[in-house]
Design a protein around this ligand. Structure first.
Ligand code: PLP
Length: 458
């Protein structure tokens, strides 16, 4: 049962199939280019879409808008330290701004080339590439097999990481980042043992180790449920242990911070804090607000505590599990077990007759929108195909479509509608032979936000 009741409601934007067919054709089958009022149920992301609590809305009124040293910052700092235990907190307006600080500190032109991670999120990937570095994923093998069950499919392959460090030399590896949960392959958790193992390797070789903490609370919940030895600990105790292994973290508070905007960088290093607290002034603003209004700092100080509460997390993850069970009635292929922030459909298994170069996942996402008004995000072939310097095209191993579920927003009857719509599409199969690309955007690594496509008729 949800540990909350609804005080305020917002109408859905209802539409017809004919309207949606025209709208999606107008934007070249790019779901990111639709307007919000052209979407009935928006599952494109769980980022910044959380419903805030009455406690958070009240906290907004306490926002102290003092330029330097506002009260609201000290409340946020205390809340973050209480949960994460880091020495320093630098607020930023969202997660990628914290990554930008980190990149300006660790990924300078003379620093090494390779940034190691389990599976970098796209904002960090782009940031590293803009710094002319190469982000490398060392996700352990189970993470690539969508329909095989495994408790911790976000884990990194520790042996491969250590071999790579030995072969490449520590001077070529300026940073190691662990993303919890691993968004890109299904919101899949990383075990405490794996985080500890990576921390030991990083520290043995003297490489800074940061956590991308966007969904740290969901990760802690999975550790409690699945990893021996953690059943009797609270998610907060688990978070403390998890962050004790890292030198710092970047946070997109738009996820487990339970707010619509916000983020921060944490570090234990006096030296890194000294640089970050000056750099933040160039990009975001003074170190006690970092691009956020005082009221937003207040909402986050309350939200971050709500997001790590066990009763909340149980209902949150419970709803995603219920979504998976509804899909099972239709046999829909998705990443198993379900992750923290939604269900990830396996495009190549959903439309097995459509070859990967014709974007099976994107075809599904577009047809789901046309049939049912639900918007989701392809995080597969359109998002992660790379063209190497010699012209070789490398497609990603997984063609996933994320059906993200916003926090505290949907009732289970919305979930049933989404599952039934996907299930029916799976049973009927595609009306098309796939999709082809017509035009593309400027920044290769984020082309999926800007490219244009068209259906290939059967
Ligand atoms: C959303 C996200 C980011 C980037 O954060 P923004 O707040 O969108 O800038 C980084 N890492 C992960 C894992 C994310 O999900």
């Amino acid at each position: 049962m949800e540990p909350w009741k609804i005080k305020m409601v917002e109408p859905l934007h209802m539409s017809t199939r004919e309207q949606r067919e025209a709208w999606i054709a107008d934007v070249g089958l790019n779901l990111f280019q639709l307007r919000g009022d052209q979407v009935m149920i928006d599952c494109v992301t769980d980022s910044g879409t959380t419903a805030m609590s009455s406690a958070q809305w009240s906290a907004l009124m306490l926002g102290d808008e003092t330029y330097a040293g506002c009260d609201s910052f000290y409340k946020l700092e205390a809340a973050v330290k209480d949960i994460m235990g880091f020495k320093y907190v630098v607020p930023t307006h969202q997660g990628r701004a914290a990554e930008n600080l980190l990149a300006n500190i660790y990924l300078k032109p003379n620093d090494g080339k390779y940034v190691i991670g389990n599976m970098h999120f796209d904002s960090m990937r782009v940031r590293a590439e803009l710094a002319e570095k190469e982000p490398l994923d060392f996700l352990a093998e189970p993470g690539y097999h969508s329909t095989d069950e495994n408790d911790f499919k976000g884990n990194i392959d520790l042996e491969k990481v250590e071999d790579f460090i030995k072969k490449t030399g520590t001077e070529n590896i300026p940073l190691i980042m662990m993303t919890v949960t691993s968004n890109t392959n299904g919101g899949q958790p990383v075990s405490m043992a794996n985080i500890k193992g990576l921390s030991e390797i990083a520290h043995r070789y003297g490489i800074p180790f940061y956590i991308d903490a966007a969904r740290y609370a969901e990760n802690c919940y999975f550790i409690k449920e699945r990893e021996p030895g953690y059943q009797d600990k609270t998610p907060k105790e688990i978070a403390r242990e998890m962050f004790s292994y890292a030198d710092g973290c970047t946070m997109s508070a738009k996820k487990d911070g339970m707010v619509n905007i916000g983020g921060f960088l944490c570090t234990n290093s006096d030296e890194i804090y000294a640089i970050a607290s000056e750099l933040v002034m160039c990009f975001e603003g003074f170190k006690t607000y970092g691009g956020m209004a005082g009221r937003d700092l207040e909402a986050l100080a309350v939200g971050i505590q709500e997001g790590i509460d066990y009763t909340y997390l149980k209902a949150r993850i419970g709803q995603i599990e219920y979504f998976g069970q509804c899909l099972d009635e239709y046999g829909v292929p998705y990443v198993r077990p379900v992750g923290g922030n939604g269900v990830y459909i396996d495009g190549m298994k959903f439309y097995p007759e459509i070859p990967q170069e014709r974007y099976p996942g994107l075809t599904f996402a577009c047809e789901l929108y046309i049939h049912s008004g639900i918007r989701c995000a392809e995080l597969g072939t359109s998002a992660f195909t790379k063209t190497l310097e010699d012209g070789t095209v490398v497609m990603p191993r997984l063609d996933l479509v994320r059906v993200a579920i916003s926090r505290r927003v949907w009732t289970n009857s919305h979930i049933e509608y989404i599952a039934e719509s996907i299930g029916k599409l799976y049973q009927s199969g595609s009306q098309y032979a796939g999709i082809r690309k017509k035009s593309h955007g400027l920044v290769a690594a984020q082309e999926h936000f800007t490219s244009g496509y068209e259906f290939i008729e059967k």
